[in-house]
Write a protein that binds this ligand. Structure first.
Ligand SMILES: Cc1ncc(C[n+]2csc(CCOP(=O)(O)OP(=O)(O)O)c2C)c(N)n1
Ligand SMILES: [Mg+2]
Length: 442
């Protein structure tokens, strides 16, 4: 109530008054305020029209109460042992996942985790310049992928390789991007892990935090105007939710009624900042209703809970033309990036504890084995094959040609502006002075 009361102080000037007042000598705001004051109640007749305070749906009370947001529970379908918690409701909560889809979800998570380990090590060996693993968070992205349609457009932060893998992005494509070679669709002009795919409806990742959120709202609004029957899916981290763009995006989406799913991977850290130092609110979920957006919190290590939540959010977004916010509680089981050493700010053994205690891949494996849908031998084989596949994709990507430095300056301007012409000449002169350091550049 206090929130809506604050909002009630705002008065709305009907369009006819706004139009006619322009012809009067009083400034419209003065005229409006004076007329509204005369009518202390919600409605009133004045200046030939009806004034109404917004929002209209409220009641008056005589006791002042401050609003406290209650802690929001986590929606869970499958527990840590891989058991469905409410078997009676299985069809409903598992949203029709059968043997084939469940195995696909599991195998995608395993493939991504194998790739993450190899590319992380590849950076340590100096073969690529940077990498970020999604270890421990595979269920958030693969579960989302399984709930969406291929025509839904994805806006990711940087730790969401799972959804690309689910949509069929190959190890070769991941490695070409990370090696910045000529086969990378961005022509090697992005840092590693800044994937993008036109074919898979995945917008290119952008490092400045939270910039993807307003972009996703714009895309969702366009999809709505074009009646595309698809949504924009926007991933972001708990840290990104502290950026101004987050708030602008939620408000814009709510007022434009854009079908966008805001999906927060709350993995407990923004680099070295733990969640409790980042915010005093009950996580991110509490912010949805503040903007008029339906919101839910799910167990992000439970792939069925994620799938079910995204599935329902998608329906809601399309049927009711509304944004939806999902907060998935998970845990970052790796360092922030290859530039980070998380042992400097989290306890020795913390990561290992979560890896064994609450690991989305172990949970899904338990589920599949209990159903007789998968064996340890199958997973071992998959891991071995995936390892070989990633290693060969990586060495292929390393050997592929790189594009010349001139490419850095192309595809943005039709005619290069003077400052870029100057920079281009500077780079070329530098390379000409040090040819031994730039053998692959031409
Ligand atoms: C505008 C901006 N500020 C700071 C950074 C540096 N930075 C990169 S990642 C990161 C933490 C983000 O944390 P979170 O959103 O929780 O994502 P996670 O890494 O945990 O997946 C920061 C501060 C940035 N990339 N962009
Ligand atoms: Mg985080």
């Amino acid at each position: 109530m206090p929130l809506s009361r604050m909002a009630a102080a705002r008065r709305v000037l009907p369009r006819e008054v706004a139009m006619s007042s322009r012809r009067m000598s009083h400034p419209p705001s003065l005229l409006h305020t004076a007329a509204a004051r005369r009518h202390a109640s919600s409605f009133g007749e004045g200046a030939g029209t009806t004034f109404q305070r917004q929002p209209t749906n409220r009641e008056f009370v005589n006791t002042l109460e401050f609003l406290h947001y209650p802690d929001v529970a986590l929606f869970q379908v499958m527990d840590e042992d891989g058991d469905i918690m409410d078997p009676g409701e299985e069809d409903e909560v598992m949203t029709g996942v059968g043997h084939e889809e469940a195995v696909k979800m599991h195998e995608t998570m395993v493939r991504v985790s194998v790739m993450d380990n190899i590319l992380y090590e590849a950076q340590r060996q100096g073969r690529i310049s940077f990498y970020m693993t999604s270890t421990g968070e595979e269920a958030t992205t693969v579960g989302s992928g399984s709930a969406l349609e291929d025509r839904d457009v994805i806006f990711a932060q940087y730790r969401e390789q799972g959804i690309l893998a689910y949509r069929g992005f190959t190890f070769e494509q991941f490695c070409n991007q990370c090696c910045s070679n000529a086969l990378d669709p961005a022509k090697g002009r992005q840092m590693p892990i800044h994937y993008g795919s036109v074919e898979l409806n995945h917008h290119t990742i952008s490092s400045p935090l939270a910039t993807q959120l307003p972009h996703a709202v714009g895309a969702a609004y366009a999809l709505k105007l074009e009646q595309q029957d698809s949504v924009a899916m926007c991933f972001f981290g708990d840290g990104a939710a502290s950026e101004g763009d987050f708030h602008a995006a939620l408000n814009m989406a709510a007022t434009l009624k854009a079908p966008v799913i805001f999906f927060c991977r709350n993995n407990g850290y923004a680099i070295s900042t733990p969640i409790e130092e980042q915010m005093a609110s009950d996580g991110i979920v509490a912010r949805g209703p503040a903007y008029g957006i339906p919101a839910a919190r799910v167990d992000g290590n439970d792939i069925f809970a994620v799938r079910s939540a995204v599935n329902k959010a998608r329906k809601l977004a399309l049927e009711e033309n509304t944004p939806v916010l999902i907060e998935a509680i998970t845990y970052r089981m790796g360092h922030h990036s290859t530039s980070d050493d998380s042992l400097r700010y989290r306890q020795q053994g913390e990561m290992e504890f979560w890896k064994e205690q609450d690991n989305p891949i172990l949970r899904m494996r338990n589920f599949l084995k209990k159903r007789g849908w998968y064996t340890d031998e199958q997973e071992e084989k998959l891991r071995k094959e995936s390892r070989q596949h990633v290693l060969s994709a990586l060495s292929g990507a390393e050997k592929a040609p790189k594009l010349g430095v001139a490419e850095m300056f192309e595809d943005v301007y039709d005619v290069l502006p003077p400052h870029l012409l100057e920079q281009k000449a500077e780079v070329e002169a530098h390379i000409a002075r040090h040819p031994e350091a730039y053998r692959s550049a031409h």
